[in-house]
Write a protein that binds this ligand. Structure first.
Ligand code: PEP
Ligand code: MN
Length: 338
């Protein structure tokens, strides 16, 4: 359930409500929004008398949260969550472009891409140092050396960087090296990884598994937010369907649905969703049109030489062209940040 405090509720009154819920065996989560202070009660809340709580000083209302996910739901918090990373804000009315190669291969490759990302006005650089490959014989990423290259690119361009973390044992190193931790589709339900990555209090980019439901995505995000870290960016990256022409099937309906059910920002990754570079531009424009808070795009200086995901990587001129197309559309939709 959620306790909505009156606008003029005092700190004492808030503390009193929290103490009562915790005494009864519940756990609390305080959310002090621009307009309202909300106290979420989760865990064992059976013993809490909702009607009695309504009569407490400073309490405006007590609302049950009907969904199995609590902290990430829009019932819990109706104001959209905005996440500030460097000079850029993800969520709310902003549109954020995250771009870079699938994987970090060489310093030259990353620097050339980072300069392109910066020059075109995209706000965040991506690049995988630890790669979740289907085959154990495929390139697995440069690991710690890759993180150093990403740091060099960030230092030169001022761009924040996102990279995937696969293993809880690497979390401290990755968190010390980059601005956003990515949890990939294959690890969306790795609950230990979610909890430990969340505990760093770093922003987390959580990709939706190609075989999970929206509710399962929310439950995964709940693991992160439960650590006190509300900085979660959700990402739709396609579903496994019977359609072989694309790598996955991009579910754009997930975007407005997720926005109506959760306060967390939702971005779209058309690169992994389609696996085909010719489909990236139209689906990027469509992502903006359906209200996504941003996109994540793979781009490579010479995709035919890429060690991973070349066929879905845009060339530099294609990425420039996409950024040119996105800007007037952002204006049309009243989006900021580009
Ligand atoms: C990626 O973004 O590098 C990636 C591996 O994506 P996904 O987890 O969505 O497959
Ligand atoms: Mn990739």
């Amino acid at each position: 359930m959620m306790v909505v405090m009156k606008n003029n509720a005092t700190e004492e009154q808030v503390k009193h409500v929290i103490a009562k819920i915790e005494e009864a065996g519940g756990k609390t989560h305080l959310s002090e929004g621009k307009y309202k202070t909300l106290i979420g009660a989760i865990g064992d809340t059976e013993q809490i008398d909702r009607e009695a709580l309504k009569g407490f000083a400073g309490v405006e209302n007590v609302v049950p949260i009907s969904k199995p996910y609590k902290l990430v739901s829009s019932e819990f918090k109706s104001e959209p969550t905005e996440i500030k990373i460097g000079d850029c804000t993800i969520g709310g009315n902003n549109f954020t472009v995250i771009a870079g190669p699938c994987s970090v291969e060489t310093e030259e490759q990353v620097m050339a891409t980072a300069r392109l990302v910066k020059e075109t006005g995209a706000q965040i650089m991506r690049g995988g140092a630890f790669k979740p490959r289907t085959s154990p014989y495929s390139f697995q990423g440069l690991g710690a050396e890759g993180l150093k290259i990403l740091q060099t690119a960030s230092a030169e361009t001022g761009l924040p960087v996102v990279t995937e973390v696969l293993d809880p044992r690497d979390i401290d190193l990755v968190a010390a090296s980059v601005d956003i931790l990515q949890i990939g589709a294959r690890n969306m339900q790795n609950f230990t990884l979610l909890t430990e990555a969340g505990a760093t209090q770093k922003p987390i980019l959580l990709k939706k598994s190609f075989s999970c439901t929206i509710e399962e995505l929310f439950m995964a995000a709940e693991y992160i937010v439960k650590t006190g870290n509300e900085k979660v960016i959700l990402c739709e990256r396609g579903l496994r369907t019977f359609e072989p022409y694309t790598r996955n099937t991009l579910d754009l309906s997930a975007v407005p649905l997720i926005k109506s059910l959760s306060h967390l920002p939702i971005i779209v990754d058309p690169s992994h969703a389609t696996g085909k570079r010719d489909l990236i531009a139209p689906l990027s424009l469509a992502s903006m049109a359906v209200g996504a808070h941003g996109i994540m795009i793979e781009v490579h200086p010479s995709p035919e030489e890429a060690l991973c995901d070349g066929p879905q990587s845009l060339t530099s001129p294609q990425f420039k062209e996409l950024m040119v197309q996105l800007k007037p559309l952002a204006k049309y939709f009243g989006k900021e940040g580009l």
